[in-house]
Ligand binder design. Sequence first.
Ligand SMILES: NC(=O)c1ccc[n+]([C@@H]2O[C@H](COP(=O)([O-])OP(=O)(O)OC[C@H]3O[C@@H](n4cnc5c(N)ncnc54)[C@H](O)[C@@H]3O)[C@@H](O)[C@H]2O)c1
Ligand SMILES: O=c1ccn([C@@H]2O[C@H](COP(=O)(O)OP(=O)(O)O[C@H]3O[C@H](CO)[C@@H](O)[C@H](O)[C@H]3O)[C@@H](O)[C@H]2O)c(=O)[nH]1
Length: 467
Amino acid sequence: MKIKTICCIGAGYVGGPTMAVIAQKCPHIKVIVVDINESRIAAWNDNDLNKLPVFEPGLDKIVEEARGRNLFFSTNVDQAIDEADMIFISVNTPTKTYGKGKGMAADLKYIELCARQIARVAKQDKIVVEKSTLPVRTASAIKNILDHTGNGVQFQILSNPEFLAEGTAVEDLLMPDRVLIGGDTSEAGKVAIQSLVDVYANWIPKERILTTNVWSSELSKLTANAFLAQRVSSINAMSVICEKTGADIDEVSKAIGMDSRIGSKFLKASVGFGGSCFQKDILNLVYIAKSYGLNEVADYWEQVIIMNDYQKNRFSDNIITKLYNTVSGKKITFLGWAFKKDTNDTRESPAIKVADNLLSEQAHIEVYDPKVTEERIYADLEYLNTRTNEENRSLLKVQNNPYNATQNSHAIAVLTEWDEFKTFDWQKIYDNMLKPAFVFDGRGILNTAELEKIGFICYKLGSGTRI
Ligand SMILES: NC(=O)c1ccc[n+]([C@@H]2O[C@H](COP(=O)([O-])OP(=O)(O)OC[C@H]3O[C@@H](n4cnc5c(N)ncnc54)[C@H](O)[C@@H]3O)[C@@H](O)[C@H]2O)c1
Ligand SMILES: O=c1ccn([C@@H]2O[C@H](COP(=O)(O)OP(=O)(O)O[C@H]3O[C@H](CO)[C@@H](O)[C@H](O)[C@H]3O)[C@@H](O)[C@H]2O)c(=O)[nH]1
């Protein structure tokens, strides 16, 4: 079946960039991205490309090229469903915050709402593609809803998990390591799989398009994230041993990463992993394992999260200890709030937990992040519910200039690895700080030897006493 019109429900960090790239690479396909969030859609349609709701290097150019030609953003979900031959579901699947599975299972209510809406609206056969990350076997629930509440039309369900990482979304979409498509093994299922293969084949070499059964595809997404997060927790577990022994985590990473069986990627020690996916997906995996009675498997994966929490708390504890066991009334500057560089996304960013810990010790924090807005930072703190909004606003200030943010500070904490931090005038920063001036590099990006020459007292995560 040749696809003429695609609809994507959910214009977020995945739906927006993914559909923009499909539209750019497939000018013969009309792509309509819909969302119930009106302000988000308005931002996707804004003439000022700096106002796109997702910041990703290179995305503005792609949107500029395709928008209005064959890429459209709209709030009219029904119309887009009706028009499309293929519907991607790319809505959020956060961790449940209520009821059974609270704090562990994925909340599938938005997925179910989409399925019910598709069933109600569709008057012709459709291919429904799971783009959201979902627990294994969700496709059967979607199929059930579609078949029982639909208008008698035929639906094929495909799983096509997204592997893009934020900050490199465009690159990842243009040249993915692989595209994974899972579908039914029936004849109709094979036709549906081929239709989606044909879409991607417009720019992706065929050998990189992998097809599997639907359950393998769903489970591969959770598995990939669990393995990636496990590597970060593993290297972070070694970082504390480095600090105790005088080994250096960057040297250890390089030494083990050159072993081709291990590989060099995802071995950068940090203040902890963040982002909307790793924690959510591992908790989901742990929940799935427990639901099958596989407690040892659940405990194994849960340890990845426990280690990550330890790393964030250890970082704030260390700041308190080094600042003579009290940060009360002291100004600490945060460089970075985003969960990684080159994104404005702050979901599960380690900066949030580190800030919360320090604010509970009555520290005064000033934050500088080149892309994250002030409202976002306050919203992140408010969500924790540790103290009132007014208290957060009086203890934490947001600055749009790093030199103002560091003025009269006792200490600087690097929470995100933004490249520009390396290019600051560190002498000027030092001159305007209180002494002794401390730097806590939670991302291992600064040249601590140079900073020490200036006079800073440096803590670099994973770097022990120098012999
Ligand atoms: N963020 C990533 O880097 C990433 C990467 C791979 C996979 N994923 C997965 O992709 C999915 C989406 O993630 P995201 O980061 O894009 O989320 P997001 O929160 O940025 O976007 C989801 C969008 O869906 C919209 N939505 C929810 N219910 C809707 C409905 N019924 N009708 C129309 N719109 C609706 C929301 O308003 C929101 O704008 C999740 O399952 C996530 O795990 C995310
Ligand atoms: O060596 C490393 C690599 C990453 N991180 C941290 O780990 C987190 C996640 O980083 P990354 O995986 O690069 O970004 P995400 O956008 O969260 O992407 C992950 O999650 C997505 C959502 O499921 C998947 O699609 C991607 O394949 C997967 O990499 C960030 O806080 C990073 O700073 C480290 O601390 N050290």
